[in-house]
Design a protein around this ligand. Structure first.
Ligand code: FCX
Length: 434
């Protein structure tokens, strides 16, 4: 009673009749129709998934459980003296739709703390990777390795009832999320600090402990909290969220599902864009001898990139049609904490220069910056300059949202996902050219 799990179980019981009614009484009502360009165009925009955790409005950006990111940050409880809220509180909000009070958030912090210890074999697996491996490959494998811990698997094979699937899934999710900061910090220290390890401190919240294990002073705790919170969810159709949901729909456990979603996040058109932004910016800086370019010089650099057939990383979006609020929040943070940072100045100049160029270029449907245009800038400022690592940070945040989604998928008994494909021949016949 009074715990997150208890509250969630009540919410699930209340919600189930809604899904059941929609299915039983309105199952044949049409939601959308599909065009040839959608079939050939990455299923863009087809309404065929359901989630109540977050909704992405093209003009306004993401809302978590109906709240804007600013509202989420304003209303979630914060650790003493912190500017950003408890990440654990966000997990509570995503799961239940309610803001936790101080006591409720501390219960989740305690739950996470109890589950932090990473089994020895995970470190062994990480250690066996060559140091030239990409941290996302190591991160995904470390998560996959944990699959032997799955309570869902154990209970499923012992004959668990369908309506109870969500419960061990919830346990698996907490067990995994609590370990991610330590796994990530361990990978960072292995790759970039010759294996130096800073112990996790069980008296700290997730953001503060991650900063502690990275060995970075304040306000990196707030940077981490902000980063994990704004990256956690972006409704269901993006590659990482969709992958997590798809894999979980075959009743693969949380570890298999989150490892898979991490692999999707690792692509340059998705989460890897934040490392690409920094790599690209470094290229500009080198060319400019580290001097801030004039607007004209920057414009030239952007055109050169486009003319060589590359995308401008950190700009554009599959759904958004305005500046990403996640970008704006990070920009506000940067203006406050690192206004004189040279890379921030570069990024801010890009904010001015790129959108009109992309408009003139005439291809990108959205010329505005997305989340990835700013996140690396902040990391670099606080000393995390190994930009290969940035997508791992994205992955910790994203895992929180996907776990919440998978728990609800199980609670509402969403079935195995199985859309239908057609052949090119069939398409040609449908449009009457064959
Ligand atoms: N620079 C140059 N060209 C771009 C562009 C950009 N930033 N964004 C889109 N375009 C191009 C596309 O490449 C496409 O060209 P094509 O017709 O020759 O294939 C055309 O504009 C239409 O694409 P559009 O419909 O606007 O965008 P998509 O939904 O296909 O793709 C992404 C969306 C985000 C993949 C695209 O804008 C892009 O490549 N951006 C740069 C990479 C990036 O920042 N990714 C991170 C996005 C995000 F926030 C995240 O998921 O992490």
């Amino acid at each position: 009673r009074g715990t997150l799990k208890y509250k969630l179980s009540k919410k699930i019981k209340e919600h189930r009749p809604r899904t059941k009614r929609l299915l039983q009484e309105f199952g044949d009502v049409q939601v959308d129709s599909v065009t040839v360009s959608q079939v050939l165009g990455g299923m863009r925009g087809i309404k065929s998934l359901v989630t109540d955790i977050s909704y992405l409005d093209p003009e306004e950006g993401i809302r978590y459980r109906g709240y804007t990111l600013q509202e989420v940050i304003d209303h979630l409880p914060k650790p003493k003296g912190a500017e950003m809220p408890f990440v654990e509180g966000l997990f509570y909000l995503l799961l239940t739709g309610d803001f936790p009070n101080e006591e409720e958030v501390m219960q989740v912090v305690e739950q996470f703390n109890k589950r932090r210890i990473v089994p020895r074999y995970v470190y062994d697996v990480i250690d066996s990777f060559p140091t030239s491996s990409h941290p996302m490959a190591i991160f995904s494998t470390a998560i996959l390795t944990l699959n032997r811990e799955s309570e869902f698997n154990r209970e499923y094979h012992a004959g668990l009832k369908k309506k109870d699937y969500w419960e061990p899934t919830y346990e698996d999710a907490l067990n995994l999320l609590a370990k991610l900061p330590e796994i990530a910090a361990y990978i960072y220290n292995k790759l970039y600090r010759k294996g130096e390890k800073i112990q996790s401190n069980p008296n700290l919240d997730m953001g503060a402990d991650f900063a502690n294990m990275m060995g970075i002073d304040k306000p990196y705790d707030d940077v981490s909290r902000l980063h994990f919170i704004i990256h956690s969810d972006h409704e269901s159709g993006n590659v990482s969220a969709h992958t997590g949901h798809l894999v979980a729909s075959s009743l693969s456990d949380i570890y298999l599902s989150i490892s898979a979603m991490i692999n999707g996040l690792a692509g340059p058109l998705h989460g890897l864009a934040n490392q690409e932004v920094l790599r690209w910016l470094q290229g500009v800086m080198e060319k400019m001898d580290n001097k801030l370019p004039t607007e004209e010089e920057m414009q030239q650099f952007v055109w050169d990139t486009l003319n060589s057939g590359q995308v401008i990383p950190g700009f554009g979006h599959a759904v958004l049609r305005k500046t990403d609020p996640r970008y704006m929040l990070q920009r506000e943070f940067s203006k406050k904490h690192l206004p004189d940072d040279p890379i921030f100045k570069y990024a801010d100049l890009l904010y001015k220069v790129v959108p009109p160029i992309l408009q003139e270029h005439g291809k990108a449907k959205n010329p505005w910056p997305n989340v990835d245009a700013q996140s690396g800038v902040i990391q670099w400022h606080y000393g995390v300059t190994e930009y290969d690592f940035y997508t791992v940070l994205f992955g910790i945040g994203r895992a929180i949202g996907i776990c919440a989604n998978i728990i609800w998928d199980r609670a509402l008994s969403y079935p195995l996902e199985r859309p239908k494909s057609v052949t090119t021949d069939m398409l040609e016949k449908m449009v009457g050219i064959k």
